[in-house]
Write a protein that binds this ligand. Structure first.
Ligand code: ATP
Length: 234
């Protein structure tokens, strides 16, 4: 049984339909990447799963339970946390205060606390008293990931965690993914960089115009098939 599953998931912004019956599955200890061009619906899919947008009850299941209509804070305490696109830190709060916000509503005990986050991203320990706005983009992204981990999620949703960062920083961020997985979480990683997605994922879904257009393991997908699913067959 999948740990997390969407079935026939739809999403609307007013009259505009952004998702058209999206079915995805995430197994325990799996890393799944969602790829697709700008506007394909990747962020909308993450926001739907995390309860920021309203869903049908059965459209999202976590650990066998329908969570489609739960409010976002309940979904976090059930064990599904999101690293949002754009990081969304509190700029005047310190690194440590931003991380501690992630423990709000936490019910589970688990691997993640300030100490283990600082082991994962040692630079954050050095910057622990600095305000969020004084950090580089990469450091802010590390705080955003750490804040989500502080809820000890079983599923971590990561929305474009490499966006706007230099390659060396992207490597530091993505080096954390196998460690997060090893500590027990499953991940869904939204990524526009196809090579990065194929490198990190056990399985990939490609989206276009609100639909899943391709799925498979990185080894099983040809470049041509990915290109067609990403940009549309010419
Ligand atoms: P990006 O890489 O640009 O973030 P994405 O694949 O994450 O793209 P979404 O942000 O989910 O795509 O957007 C899917 C569609 O929904 C797009 O056509 C977008 O314009 C539209 N959309 C997204 N957010 C809103 C909103 N708040 N109001 C209206 N339309 C929206």
């Amino acid at each position: 049984m999948a740990l997390l599953q969407t079935e026939g998931l739809t999403a609307h912004y007013g009259d505009f339909q952004a998702l058209f019956g999206v079915d995805i599955e995430l197994a325990e200890h799996e890393t799944v990447a969602i790829i697709g061009a700008n506007g394909a619906g990747k962020t909308t899919l993450m926001r739907s799963i995390s309860g920021v947008l309203g869903n049908a009850p059965s459209a999202v299941r976590f650990d066998g339970v329908e969570i489609g209509t739960l409010p976002a804070e309940d979904i976090v305490s059930q064990g599904v946390a999101m690293v949002p696109e754009g990081r969304k830190l509190f700029p005047s709060l310190s690194v440590e205060e931003n991380l501690l916000i992630g423990t709000y509503g936490r019910k589970t005990r688990g691997h993640w606390n300030l100490e283990t986050i600082y082991e994962l991203f040692p630079i954050l320990s050095e910057r622990r008293h600095n305000p969020g706005m004084a950090l580089s983009g990469g450091q802010q992204q590390m705080v955003a990931i750490g804040r989500a981990l502080m809820s000890n999620p079983r599923v971590l949703l990561c929305d474009e965690i490499s966006l706007g960062l230099a390659p060396v920083v992207i490597k530091d961020i993505y080096d954390a993914v196998p460690k997060i997985k090893q500590a027990g979480a499953s991940l869904i990683v939204v990524e526009q960089d196809i090579a990065q997605a194929l490198a990190v994922a056990d399985r990939v879904y490609c989206m276009m115009e609100g639909r899943i257009t391709l799925t498979g393991t990185p080894d099983s997908l040809s470049r041509d098939a990915i290109y067609d699913a990403y940009f549309g067959a010419s």
